[in-house]
Design a protein around this ligand. Structure first.
Ligand SMILES: Cc1ncc(COP(=O)(O)O)c(C=O)c1O
Length: 400
């Protein structure tokens, strides 16, 4: 069979939003590995941008897909469907929150969370509608989430943006306090900033933000789309700071690769009523059954614990590389959400050199690379990845 030129076809038919910076056409995956159309094998430390929490084509996911697919894929939200209710029950029990809305992507979950906060503001905060988020944050690509995202480069082409969003520096509770006004209804934060470069705040930050929200009657929305579902070493990123949000959004790793996301909320803020919000595919039976199976597997196999243990080993190995390579300026992160920052703009070159040597990872150009492997990986895969990164640095930089 003649091999089609996928790169050329992609360039012909796609709007150029993706960059496809790694230049690989992936055709198959299993566990922490993927293969390209030529049969070349790669260790996948991108894992669907942290969505493939169990790795590729995990048997638990295949079983849920097959069994649920044979019964029901989608009904409509005019009727009750059991997988949806089961997932809602599981999500509330493991989050300590009370109510759920199911949707399809992280951006959509955040968008819904902001709608919820605005309705709460109308009802309980004298019409306050403002949402304060943080500089360098990432909350998704819908128009309102571009406004919430604290990156001017993602905003400039799309003005005018929806009103009501402002930004303060991350990890600075005093700046946040100063920005609150009587128009503010909510604060929207990532427990660790992911796309912004993997920035872990100081120990007190989330506690101080929680206290501020309590004092001023504001809703605290935590965007756990990237940090949730075990990624940072506990089921939810915020657990490590001992606080609870009023609203939490989750996505990515929840579905293990299928598109599903959720808004979780405390009873007192669960003010959506009939007709306020909806989604044709949100809460479809197929993705709900998969998400329930994925979440149960994460809990039963303690994959959060694995992310903590393997993540701390990985972090030590990266710190050792940092000692060796003076161009490596910082290693940051927690669990299996880690990054290395360079003092020179070499992120893309390093990622491309790693790809040629059999490791896929995510560039945050110009200076940073991010690691988000599946939560199932062990030390052996970490050793392989670190050896490849070391060799790639030698290619890109020369001698240490
Ligand atoms: C913290 C955070 N929120 C929201 C999103 C957007 O999620 P999605 O791409 O599923 O819309 C992302 C995606 O990277 C994210 O990292």
């Amino acid at each position: 069979m003649k091999m089609r030129d996928w790169v050329k076809l992609e360039q012909q038919y796609f709007m150029d939003t993706g960059h496809r910076r790694l230049g690989v056409t992936v055709v198959r995956g299993a566990g922490a590995k993927v293969w390209d159309e030529m049969g070349r094998e790669y260790l996948d430390f991108i894992a669907g941008w942290a969505a493939c929490s169990l790795g590729h084509s995990h048997p638990v996911i295949l079983k849920a897909l097959t069994e649920q697919g044979e019964h029901l894929i989608l009904a409509s939200n005019d009727v009750y469907t059991i997988p949806q209710i089961e997932l809602a029950e599981l999500l509330t029990s493991v989050s300590g929150l009370d109510k759920v809305f199911l949707c399809n992507s992280g951006a959509e979950a955040n968008e819904g969370a902001v709608k919820l906060a605005r309705k709460y503001g109308k009802r309980h905060l004298d019409g306050a509608y403002g949402v304060i988020s943080t500089l360098r944050a990432f909350h998704g690509r819908t128009l309102a989430m571009v406004a919430a995202t604290g990156k001017p480069e993602y905003q400039a082409s799309f003005t005018p943006l929806p009103e009501g969003f402002s930004h303060v520096p991350y990890d600075d509770a005093e700046a946040l306090r100063a920005a609150v006004s009587d128009k503010t209804c909510a604060v929207l934060l990532e427990p660790i900033q992911g796309e912004g470069g993997v920035h872990v705040p100081g120990d007190r930050y989330l506690k101080d933000v929680r206290q501020l929200c309590d004092e001023r009657g504001l809703l605290l929305i935590l965007d756990e789309v990237q940090t949730g579902c075990g990624r940072t070493g506990t089921l939810w990123g915020h657990e490590q700071s001992g606080i609870k949000p009023d609203i939490m959004t989750v996505g990515k790793g929840l579905g293990g690769g299928v598109p599903i996301a959720a808004i979780l909320v405390r009873d007192r803020a669960a003010c959506f009523g009939p007709g306020d919000h909806g989604s044709t595919f949100g809460g479809n039976a197929l993705c709900c059954a998969v998400a329930t199976a994925v979440l149960r597997h994460i809990l039963e196999e303690d994959l959060s614990g694995n992310a903590a243990a393997v993540g701390s080993y990985f972090s030590e190995r990266l710190l050792a590389l940092q000692e060796k390579w003076t161009i490596a300026k910082a290693v940051r992160g927690r669990g299996l959400l880690l990054a290395m920052e360079f003092s020179e703009p070499i992120a893309l070159q390093v990622v491309k050199a790693c790809r040629a040597l059999g490791l896929l990872m995510n560039p945050l150009p110009p200076h940073t690379i991010r690691f988000m492997p599946p939560l199932i990986i062990g030390r052996e895969e970490v050793d392989q990845a670190v050896a490849i990164l070391d060799a790639a640095l030698e290619q890109v930089v020369g001698l240490p």
